[in-house]
Design a protein around this ligand. Structure first.
Ligand SMILES: *[C@@H]1O[C@H](CO)[C@@H](O)[C@H](O)[C@H]1NC(C)=O
Ligand SMILES: [Zn+2]
Length: 287
Protein backbone atom coordinates (compact mmCIF):
# COMPACT_ATOMS: atom_id res chain seq x y z
CA UNK A 1 0.00 0.00 0.00
CA UNK A 2 2.71 2.42 0.99
CA UNK A 3 4.67 1.51 -2.11
CA UNK A 4 1.66 2.05 -4.35
CA UNK A 5 1.04 5.47 -2.85
CA UNK A 6 4.65 6.46 -3.35
CA UNK A 7 4.49 5.29 -6.94
CA UNK A 8 1.29 7.21 -7.59
CA UNK A 9 2.88 10.37 -6.20
CA UNK A 10 5.93 9.94 -8.42
CA UNK A 11 3.79 9.51 -11.52
CA UNK A 12 1.80 12.63 -10.64
CA UNK A 13 4.94 14.66 -10.11
CA UNK A 14 6.27 13.42 -13.42
CA UNK A 15 3.42 15.05 -15.28
CA UNK A 16 2.69 18.04 -13.09
CA UNK A 17 5.74 20.15 -13.49
CA UNK A 18 8.61 20.10 -15.94
CA UNK A 19 11.67 22.26 -15.48
CA UNK A 20 12.39 22.42 -19.19
CA UNK A 21 10.79 21.63 -22.50
CA UNK A 22 11.61 18.17 -23.81
CA UNK A 23 10.97 17.31 -27.44
CA UNK A 24 11.91 14.14 -29.30
CA UNK A 25 12.95 15.92 -32.51
CA UNK A 26 16.55 16.95 -31.84
CA UNK A 27 18.08 15.03 -34.75
CA UNK A 28 16.46 15.71 -38.12
CA UNK A 29 17.32 13.10 -40.77
CA UNK A 30 20.33 13.99 -42.95
CA UNK A 31 18.18 14.03 -46.12
CA UNK A 32 15.90 16.65 -44.59
CA UNK A 33 18.83 18.81 -43.50
CA UNK A 34 20.20 18.65 -47.05
CA UNK A 35 16.79 19.63 -48.40
CA UNK A 36 16.59 22.55 -45.94
CA UNK A 37 20.00 23.78 -47.11
CA UNK A 38 18.79 23.67 -50.73
CA UNK A 39 15.63 25.57 -49.81
CA UNK A 40 17.65 28.21 -47.97
CA UNK A 41 19.74 28.74 -51.12
CA UNK A 42 16.60 29.01 -53.26
CA UNK A 43 15.08 31.58 -50.91
CA UNK A 44 18.26 33.69 -51.07
CA UNK A 45 18.25 33.60 -54.88
CA UNK A 46 14.60 34.62 -55.03
CA UNK A 47 15.15 37.45 -52.56
CA UNK A 48 16.84 39.44 -55.31
CA UNK A 49 14.10 38.83 -57.90
CA UNK A 50 10.51 39.95 -58.36
CA UNK A 51 9.32 36.49 -57.27
CA UNK A 52 10.15 37.52 -53.71
CA UNK A 53 6.67 38.87 -53.13
CA UNK A 54 5.07 35.44 -53.07
CA UNK A 55 1.74 36.37 -51.51
CA UNK A 56 1.55 33.97 -48.61
CA UNK A 57 -1.92 35.03 -47.60
CA UNK A 58 -3.11 34.04 -51.07
CA UNK A 59 -1.74 30.60 -50.41
CA UNK A 60 -3.88 30.01 -47.32
CA UNK A 61 -3.87 26.29 -46.92
CA UNK A 62 -6.48 24.18 -45.18
CA UNK A 63 -4.92 21.22 -43.41
CA UNK A 64 -7.36 18.53 -42.30
CA UNK A 65 -6.73 17.72 -38.64
CA UNK A 66 -7.56 14.55 -36.69
CA UNK A 67 -7.18 14.63 -32.92
CA UNK A 68 -6.98 11.36 -30.99
CA UNK A 69 -7.13 11.24 -27.20
CA UNK A 70 -5.71 7.96 -25.93
CA UNK A 71 -5.99 7.57 -22.18
CA UNK A 72 -5.46 5.04 -19.39
CA UNK A 73 -8.83 5.71 -17.81
CA UNK A 74 -11.41 8.44 -18.13
CA UNK A 75 -10.06 10.87 -15.54
CA UNK A 76 -7.95 13.98 -15.95
CA UNK A 77 -4.85 12.51 -14.27
CA UNK A 78 -4.94 9.37 -16.41
CA UNK A 79 -4.65 11.06 -19.77
CA UNK A 80 -8.28 11.88 -20.54
CA UNK A 81 -9.11 15.34 -21.88
CA UNK A 82 -12.60 16.75 -22.43
CA UNK A 83 -14.13 17.78 -25.75
CA UNK A 84 -13.74 21.38 -24.56
CA UNK A 85 -10.00 20.73 -24.06
CA UNK A 86 -9.84 19.42 -27.64
CA UNK A 87 -11.59 22.55 -28.91
CA UNK A 88 -9.26 24.78 -26.88
CA UNK A 89 -6.17 23.02 -28.27
CA UNK A 90 -7.58 23.29 -31.79
CA UNK A 91 -8.11 27.03 -31.32
CA UNK A 92 -4.56 27.55 -30.01
CA UNK A 93 -3.15 25.76 -33.06
CA UNK A 94 -5.09 27.97 -35.44
CA UNK A 95 -4.23 31.14 -33.50
CA UNK A 96 -0.52 30.26 -33.41
CA UNK A 97 -0.34 29.38 -37.12
CA UNK A 98 -2.50 32.34 -38.24
CA UNK A 99 0.51 34.37 -39.41
CA UNK A 100 1.57 31.50 -41.72
CA UNK A 101 -1.71 31.25 -43.62
CA UNK A 102 -2.17 27.67 -42.46
CA UNK A 103 -5.72 26.94 -41.31
CA UNK A 104 -6.46 23.64 -39.57
CA UNK A 105 -9.81 22.07 -40.17
CA UNK A 106 -10.79 19.71 -37.33
CA UNK A 107 -12.48 16.90 -39.23
CA UNK A 108 -12.39 14.14 -36.63
CA UNK A 109 -11.90 13.53 -32.92
CA UNK A 110 -11.46 10.06 -31.44
CA UNK A 111 -11.39 8.80 -27.87
CA UNK A 112 -9.70 5.50 -26.99
CA UNK A 113 -9.18 3.93 -23.57
CA UNK A 114 -6.11 1.71 -23.88
CA UNK A 115 -3.38 1.77 -21.25
CA UNK A 116 -0.77 0.12 -23.52
CA UNK A 117 -1.35 2.63 -26.30
CA UNK A 118 -1.64 5.60 -23.94
CA UNK A 119 1.84 4.90 -22.54
CA UNK A 120 3.46 3.55 -25.73
CA UNK A 121 6.96 4.89 -26.44
CA UNK A 122 8.21 6.30 -29.73
CA UNK A 123 9.20 3.43 -32.02
CA UNK A 124 7.39 0.75 -30.02
CA UNK A 125 5.21 -2.00 -31.48
CA UNK A 126 2.29 -0.66 -29.42
CA UNK A 127 2.71 2.80 -31.00
CA UNK A 128 2.52 1.29 -34.48
CA UNK A 129 -0.53 -0.80 -33.54
CA UNK A 130 -2.24 2.31 -32.17
CA UNK A 131 -1.53 4.39 -35.24
CA UNK A 132 -2.52 1.62 -37.65
CA UNK A 133 -5.85 1.58 -35.90
CA UNK A 134 -6.41 5.31 -35.40
CA UNK A 135 -4.63 7.27 -38.15
CA UNK A 136 -7.00 9.02 -40.58
CA UNK A 137 -6.56 10.72 -43.97
CA UNK A 138 -3.68 11.03 -46.44
CA UNK A 139 -0.09 12.20 -46.00
CA UNK A 140 -1.38 15.78 -46.26
CA UNK A 141 -3.57 15.33 -43.18
CA UNK A 142 -2.36 15.91 -39.64
CA UNK A 143 -2.98 13.35 -36.90
CA UNK A 144 -2.27 14.40 -33.31
CA UNK A 145 -2.27 11.80 -30.52
CA UNK A 146 -2.84 13.41 -27.14
CA UNK A 147 -1.83 10.92 -24.44
CA UNK A 148 0.32 10.32 -21.32
CA UNK A 149 3.46 9.27 -23.30
CA UNK A 150 5.23 8.31 -20.04
CA UNK A 151 8.63 9.07 -21.51
CA UNK A 152 9.39 12.44 -19.96
CA UNK A 153 8.77 14.06 -23.33
CA UNK A 154 6.30 16.86 -23.94
CA UNK A 155 5.95 15.65 -27.48
CA UNK A 156 7.47 14.30 -30.66
CA UNK A 157 6.54 14.31 -34.31
CA UNK A 158 7.54 12.81 -37.62
CA UNK A 159 9.34 15.11 -40.03
CA UNK A 160 8.17 15.00 -43.66
CA UNK A 161 9.77 12.18 -45.64
CA UNK A 162 10.08 11.34 -49.32
CA UNK A 163 8.31 8.39 -50.95
CA UNK A 164 5.99 7.43 -48.13
CA UNK A 165 3.77 4.74 -49.63
CA UNK A 166 0.12 4.74 -48.56
CA UNK A 167 -0.49 2.16 -45.84
CA UNK A 168 3.21 1.58 -45.18
CA UNK A 169 4.44 1.67 -41.56
CA UNK A 170 6.04 5.06 -42.29
CA UNK A 171 2.66 6.31 -43.46
CA UNK A 172 0.82 5.10 -40.36
CA UNK A 173 3.47 6.51 -38.01
CA UNK A 174 3.25 9.95 -39.61
CA UNK A 175 1.88 12.49 -37.15
CA UNK A 176 2.45 14.12 -33.78
CA UNK A 177 2.29 12.91 -30.19
CA UNK A 178 1.62 15.42 -27.47
CA UNK A 179 1.54 15.07 -23.67
CA UNK A 180 -2.09 15.29 -22.54
CA UNK A 181 -1.31 17.70 -19.71
CA UNK A 182 0.23 20.26 -22.09
CA UNK A 183 -3.16 21.22 -23.54
CA UNK A 184 -4.55 24.66 -22.53
CA UNK A 185 -5.26 24.59 -18.79
CA UNK A 186 -3.39 21.29 -18.31
CA UNK A 187 -1.20 20.47 -15.32
CA UNK A 188 2.27 20.69 -16.90
CA UNK A 189 3.10 24.25 -15.83
CA UNK A 190 4.71 26.23 -17.53
CA UNK A 191 3.95 24.17 -20.64
CA UNK A 192 0.19 24.20 -20.43
CA UNK A 193 -1.05 26.73 -22.96
CA UNK A 194 -1.21 24.25 -25.82
CA UNK A 195 1.98 25.48 -27.48
CA UNK A 196 3.67 22.08 -27.30
CA UNK A 197 1.28 21.03 -30.07
CA UNK A 198 2.24 24.15 -32.06
CA UNK A 199 5.97 23.38 -31.65
CA UNK A 200 5.51 19.72 -32.61
CA UNK A 201 3.36 20.53 -35.62
CA UNK A 202 6.16 22.89 -36.70
CA UNK A 203 8.35 19.76 -36.99
CA UNK A 204 5.59 17.98 -38.95
CA UNK A 205 5.79 20.83 -41.46
CA UNK A 206 9.59 20.39 -41.63
CA UNK A 207 10.88 23.10 -39.26
CA UNK A 208 13.91 22.42 -37.05
CA UNK A 209 14.72 23.79 -33.61
CA UNK A 210 16.07 27.34 -33.80
CA UNK A 211 19.08 26.12 -31.76
CA UNK A 212 19.73 23.16 -34.10
CA UNK A 213 23.48 22.62 -34.45
CA UNK A 214 24.39 25.56 -32.19
CA UNK A 215 25.91 28.84 -33.40
CA UNK A 216 27.69 27.35 -36.41
CA UNK A 217 24.84 25.02 -37.38
CA UNK A 218 21.38 26.49 -37.54
CA UNK A 219 17.89 25.73 -38.76
CA UNK A 220 18.72 26.87 -42.33
CA UNK A 221 16.11 29.61 -42.08
CA UNK A 222 17.56 33.05 -42.83
CA UNK A 223 15.66 35.23 -40.39
CA UNK A 224 16.03 33.22 -37.18
CA UNK A 225 19.21 34.49 -35.47
CA UNK A 226 21.94 31.96 -34.62
CA UNK A 227 21.36 30.30 -31.26
CA UNK A 228 23.90 28.32 -29.27
CA UNK A 229 21.59 26.50 -26.87
CA UNK A 230 17.96 25.75 -26.13
CA UNK A 231 16.14 28.34 -24.03
CA UNK A 232 14.61 27.65 -20.61
CA UNK A 233 12.05 30.04 -19.20
CA UNK A 234 11.92 33.39 -20.99
CA UNK A 235 15.26 35.18 -20.49
CA UNK A 236 14.97 38.58 -22.20
CA UNK A 237 18.08 39.51 -24.17
CA UNK A 238 19.59 35.99 -24.11
CA UNK A 239 22.37 36.03 -26.68
CA UNK A 240 24.39 32.83 -26.98
CA UNK A 241 26.10 33.57 -30.31
CA UNK A 242 28.14 36.78 -30.19
CA UNK A 243 30.25 38.58 -32.72
CA UNK A 244 29.70 40.35 -36.04
CA UNK A 245 28.88 37.12 -37.84
CA UNK A 246 25.95 36.47 -35.49
CA UNK A 247 23.58 39.47 -35.58
CA UNK A 248 20.55 39.51 -33.32
CA UNK A 249 19.73 38.00 -29.94
CA UNK A 250 18.41 34.45 -29.47
CA UNK A 251 14.91 33.96 -30.92
CA UNK A 252 13.46 33.06 -27.50
CA UNK A 253 9.90 33.92 -28.59
CA UNK A 254 9.99 31.51 -31.50
CA UNK A 255 7.69 28.49 -31.36
CA UNK A 256 10.65 26.30 -32.41
CA UNK A 257 12.77 27.15 -29.35
CA UNK A 258 12.34 25.45 -25.94
CA UNK A 259 10.97 28.47 -24.01
CA UNK A 260 8.00 28.32 -21.62
CA UNK A 261 4.59 28.45 -23.29
CA UNK A 262 3.77 32.10 -22.36
CA UNK A 263 7.09 33.14 -23.97
CA UNK A 264 6.39 31.56 -27.36
CA UNK A 265 4.64 33.90 -29.75
CA UNK A 266 5.98 33.67 -33.30
CA UNK A 267 6.97 31.94 -36.49
CA UNK A 268 9.12 34.12 -38.76
CA UNK A 269 8.51 34.96 -42.41
CA UNK A 270 11.40 32.66 -43.29
CA UNK A 271 9.85 29.77 -41.38
CA UNK A 272 6.55 30.41 -43.14
CA UNK A 273 8.30 30.21 -46.52
CA UNK A 274 10.00 27.00 -45.36
CA UNK A 275 6.66 25.46 -44.34
CA UNK A 276 5.36 25.97 -47.89
CA UNK A 277 8.58 24.77 -49.51
CA UNK A 278 8.45 21.58 -47.45
CA UNK A 279 4.74 21.19 -48.07
CA UNK A 280 5.14 21.37 -51.84
CA UNK A 281 8.08 18.96 -51.73
CA UNK A 282 6.66 16.31 -49.42
CA UNK A 283 3.02 16.67 -48.44
CA UNK A 284 1.14 18.22 -51.35
CA UNK A 285 -1.59 15.69 -52.19
CA UNK A 286 -0.29 13.14 -54.70
CA UNK A 287 -3.11 10.64 -54.62
C1 LIG B 1 -5.13 -2.04 -26.85
O1 LIG B 1 -3.75 -2.21 -27.21
C2 LIG B 1 -3.35 -3.55 -27.39
C3 LIG B 1 -1.85 -3.54 -27.65
O2 LIG B 1 -1.55 -2.99 -28.91
C4 LIG B 1 -4.15 -4.19 -28.49
O3 LIG B 1 -3.79 -5.55 -28.63
C5 LIG B 1 -5.65 -4.10 -28.18
O4 LIG B 1 -6.41 -4.58 -29.25
C6 LIG B 1 -6.04 -2.67 -27.89
N1 LIG B 1 -7.45 -2.63 -27.44
C7 LIG B 1 -8.36 -1.85 -27.99
C8 LIG B 1 -9.73 -1.93 -27.40
O5 LIG B 1 -8.16 -1.11 -28.94
ZN1 LIG C 1 11.01 20.09 -30.97
Amino acid sequence: MKFQLALATTLLLATEGLSRRTCGNNNPPVELIEQAILFEGMTKLKAGSDQADDDLAARAKYVPLHIHNVYVSQTRDQGYITEQDVQNQFKVLNDNFASTGIVFDLVSVSYTENKTWANAGSGSAAELAMKKSLRRGGYDELNIYIRPLRSGLLGYCTFPQANVAPNSDKFFLDGCDVLFSSVPGGSTVPFNEGKTATHEVGHWFGLFHTFQGGCTGGDFVDDTPAQGSATSGCPAGKDTCRGDQYPGVDPIHNYMDYSDDPCMTEFTTGQTTRIYQMWDQYRAPKW
